[in-house]
Design a protein around this ligand. Sequence first.
Ligand SMILES: Nc1ncnc2c1ncn2[C@@H]1O[C@H](COP(=O)(O)OP(=O)(O)OP(=O)(O)O)[C@@H](O)[C@H]1O
Ligand SMILES: [Mg+2]
Length: 231
Amino acid sequence: MSRPAGGAPVIDVDDLTVRYGAAVALDAVTLTVRVGEMVALIGPNGAGKSTLVNTLSGILRPASGTVTVTGRLAHVPEGRQMFGSLTVDDNLRLGAWRGRDRSTARIYAIFPELARVRKHRAGLLSGGQQQMVALGRALMSRPQVLVIDEMSLGLAPLVVSDLAVHLRTLNAQDGLAVLLIEQNARLALELCSRAYVLEAGKLAAQGPSAELASSPAVVAAYLGGAAEEGR
Ligand SMILES: Nc1ncnc2c1ncn2[C@@H]1O[C@H](COP(=O)(O)OP(=O)(O)OP(=O)(O)O)[C@@H](O)[C@H]1O
Ligand SMILES: [Mg+2]
């Protein structure tokens, strides 16, 4: 469980609206992540999750509202976005902050599994290894907050729980704040102390994960409850 809320915000999204042309992708969304907190953002395909993340990292611009990031934010993009023909080591170095501290030793200490394949081409790794490289590349910039878009996508359950352990450790030991975007709501609610539910560009629910996990609407839509229909 992440540290108790109440600290200063590292991510402060206020009344944010983002459009693609005339289409509204985010509609008046307000969301906060505080120092050392792990917060989940869940929601179905097309809800606007990646739009929010891409606005946080400056790829997209707000139509209205504000996005304030305090400290360094690192973004693990949806689909991992490896340079497949470069080695693991080179992919990691690309994450170094303005070229400073390009030593990858710290990342191999966090992910010992990667040390063995450091000279391998990233494109030849398993999906789980590639997600570790994507996380490692983001950690190279020594961020205060990590935003991870669809960490578990396409990965086997055992690989996902291994990644989850790594995240918990980074949060507990280094106080790294995390905004975790997930379609796997069960994982997100287990890992994060608070969560936001985004549906069709609007916040549909928010609160402590334990509360959301026992809300009938959330159970029915995201946790395969009574109205289990698959998604
Ligand atoms: N570049 C774009 N141009 C136009 N519309 C877009 C663009 N990117 C996303 N959209 C639309 O904006 C809405 C939100 O998309 P977004 O990718 O943010 O959703 P998401 O919650 O990340 O979905 P997923 O779970 O599939 O990753 C969708 O209706 C999508 O079709
Ligand atoms: Mg997305």
